[in-house]
Ligand binder design. Sequence first.
Ligand code: NAD
Length: 346
Amino acid sequence: MLVFDHPEFDHHQQVVFGSDEASGLRAIIAIHDTHRGPALGGLRIFPYASEADALTDVLRLSRGMTYKSALADLPLGGGKAVIIADPRRDKRPELLRAMGRLIDSLSGHYITAEDSGSSEADMQIIAERTDHVGGLGHNGRSGDPSPFTAHGVFCALKSAVRHGLGRDDLGELRVAIQGVGHVGAHLARQLHEAGAQLVLTDVDRDALGRLADELDAEVSAPESIADAEVDVFAPCAMGAALTPAVVERLKARVVCGAANNQLAEPDVARLLRERGILYTPDYVANAGGVIEIAWQRREDYRREDVMAHIEGIGATLDEIFRRAEREGLSPAQVADDLARERFRAG
Ligand code: NAD
């Protein structure tokens, strides 16, 4: 398997393949960069079709974490771990303990946390074998990062609306939310409270119906959400929501959501700009969860300080949007440049 020539390889500092015969563990940990601090990033458990697919994912995701932590001003680098397994079938305690041992062998250079396929309960089991686990909660509070992520997206959205629409308040603003799961539902409630009018969609019709009733929101079919007559489109479901075809259809003038890797391809950032749509770089907007996890590692955790740090996402985006306008670049390009300036100087 080729790592150094891999298209997603970006001078990652360490790529560790781990296996354990007894539990059947097959895992990869990628540490992209530790200039700012230890590499923090979630553990994804997924039945990858091949080892090559798992490697592609872990290289891409770990690099993304470096950028996210740098722009969230955290003393952390970027890393990620994947286990090649079906989380519904294969997630046994022995497998997770073996993963804990593998993480521990890296002596704290990599710190794990929840990601898709892994839960807070899984983190508790991993923590039996290693101290290098985030996302366990604080003072008996749940480790679920999604309310913090949603608050960060809310702050990001306010900044984007200010820059893209010249508006300071969210009253009567029309927002379409694609995906009302953990983050999307919290975001919807916060926007509703601020007076926004919502158009919601989800493939889970029951959850969608309940939330729409609660918030007096309109409902759209999943395949029509890009056509909604709204001011803001908030992708909060899966990655690659913004394809060239979707961008052509958007009525919104601002895109700001929680989903990771929203741009189906890098060039979509240019297409958005050409259509006059302000794109909020996803990893800047959705950093609230990782900010909270980083604070859990501190002795002086205070909820007010965590929230103030998360609210700083708005100021970071103000800087990105201003620089993008000044330099005639897409906000995605400016965010990447700014992140590189920060972690290379770190
Ligand atoms: P989730 O699984 O709880 O919610 C996703 C929702 O999207 C689900 O309700 C699902 O039914 C729906 N969905 C899936 N495909 C859809 C489609 N085609 N159209 C409409 N809805 C669809 O996940 P989450 O934790 O809310 O995370 C949402 C996104 O934000 C993900 O991309 C995740 O990677 C990203 N993110 C989450 C966090 C966090 O703190 N949870 C942090 C950073 C980034």
